[in-house]
Design a protein around this ligand. Structure first.
Ligand SMILES: NC(=O)C1=CN([C@@H]2O[C@H](COP(=O)(O)OP(=O)(O)OC[C@H]3O[C@@H](n4cnc5c(N)ncnc54)[C@H](O)[C@@H]3O)[C@@H](O)[C@H]2O)C=CC1
Ligand SMILES: CC(=O)C(=O)O
Ligand SMILES: [Mg+2]
Length: 372
């Protein structure tokens, strides 16, 4: 198969869809890979390294989109990229369609078969291609939150770890999945006072078993969240209902419960955000203030640490990319977990949560792929 990897064009997005090692593996499987010129240069992955791995270096995104049978990316295609997709082509990337009617419409119009990293599943009920970026974003959320608490950033001036004789800052993490546990781990490492909330008692038990009394666990209700808002310095939004728009767990009214200069980091912003006042921001201008509360809502957080993130992402995507390259759509027919990634196929929505969020007819992947 001829595979194309364009340079990412989202604001301050320096990740790339394949590392040179990933290219080498695909080439060894008998495939051809095109990498856009300087696609990885910003993170030290040079054109020479890609050439050595067996890639063809191609000057323009236009040529890559025109020639490739499968496009491998990181972020959801931007409108100019959607315009270059076509029927019969595979798109393998993050999509986050539920909160994004415009992109959904463009993908449907293109006829492309779009497989979203974030809805591919595994046998344990996890999301193996979302997990590596959730690990990055979870860890980064505390780094960004700590920075946003600084006075010069509009924060209250609290040091999360405190110092001898001064209490540490309080961190509340809403959602105890992959983002949540990674955020909690870093916050505890910095010496903060950390509470984590989830609606899954099983998950809270796991977290309690792992961290003991150093981590406080709470069942997530409106009341529990309101109580936390009154005392917390930093709140991390880390909930997910797979494929669906995030539930709004903190309303604008509830901001008045918070101390001035407190910080909300809404990691769930890529699914629309779990705070009512969240609006997607960029690495260039990551924060804004509403009712005295600093909001950090960057939808591509791992792009800030693009080198680490690119290696972590390719580690997880590569086995699926190889399988798609070897078998095309057959790979989806054979593997139900990969099939769960199919969101859009030849003008139809094949992810139930996306169809429900955006009012489209839902057709199962089995139906569109003619699986009996
Ligand atoms: N902004 C960014 O750059 C990035 C954003 N993300 C996003 O972060 C979010 C979380 O991802 P993961 O941790 O991987 O998901 P996950 O599925 O591992 O964890 C989500 C957790 O939320 C819990 N939950 C659901 N409803 C809840 C509620 N009402 N209250 C408390 N907990 C609730 C679930 O029980 C689950 O434990 C997703 O929207 C994901 O797309 C992930 C990576 C990067
Ligand atoms: C998961 C996601 O949206 C990201 O890594 O940018
Ligand atoms: Mg989007």
């Amino acid at each position: 198969m001829l595979i194309g990897v364009p340079k990412e064009i989202k604001n301050h997005e320096y990740r790339i869809g394949l590392t040179p090692a990933g290219v080498k593996e695909l080439v060894e499987n008998g495939h051809q890979v095109m990498i856009q010129h300087d696609g990885g240069t910003a993170i030290g992955l040079t054109n020479e390294q890609y050439l050595e791995a067996g890639a063809e270096i191609v000057d323009s995104a236009e040529e890559i989109f025109a020639r490739a049978e499968m496009i491998i990316k990181v972020k959801e295609p931007q409108p100019v990229e959607c315009a270059m997709l076509r029927e019969g082509q595979l798109l393998f990337t993050y999509l986050h369609l539920a909160p994004d009617p415009e992109q959904t419409k463009l993908l449907l119009e293109s006829g492309v078969s779009a497989i979203a990293y974030e809805t591919i599943t595994d046998a344990q009920g996890g999301l193996p291609l979302l997990a590596p970026m959730s690990e990055v974003a979870g860890r980064l959320s505390i780094q960004e939150g700590a920075h946003s608490l600084e006075k010069a950033q509009g924060g209250s001036g609290v040091l999360l770890g405190g110092v001898p004789g001064v209490a540490p800052g309080k961190v509340c993490v809403i959602g105890g999945g992959v983002v949540g546990i990674n955020a909690a781990r870093i916050a505890m490492g910095m010496g903060a006072d950390v509470t984590i909330l989830d609606r899954s008692l099983g998950r809270l038990k796991q977290l309690d078993d792992l961290y003991g009394p150093q981590l406080k666990t709470l069942f997530s209700t409106k009341d529990a969240i309101e109580e936390q808002l009154k005392t917390c310095d930093l709140v991390i939004g880390a909930v997910l209902i797979p494929g669906a728009a995030a539930p709004k767990l903190v309303t604008r009214d509830m901001l008045s419960l918070m101390k001035p200069g407190s910080v909300l980091v809404d990691v769930a912003i890529d699914q629309g955000g779990c705070f009512e006042t969240s609006q997607p921001t960029t690495h260039q201008e990551p924060t804004y203030v509403i009712d005295g509360v600093v909001h950090y809502c960057v939808a591509n957080m791992p792009g800030a640490v693009a080198r680490t993130s690119t290696f972590a992402l390719t580690n997880a995507t590569l086995p699926f990319a190889v399988s798609l390259a070897n078998q095309g759509l057959e790979a989806l027919m054979k593997n139900e977990h990969l099939r769960n990634g199919l969101n859009v196929h030849k003008g139809q929505v094949t992810c139930k949560a996306v169809a429900e969020a955006l009012n489209y007819d839902f057709v199962t992947a089995e139906e569109v792929l003619n699986i009996q």
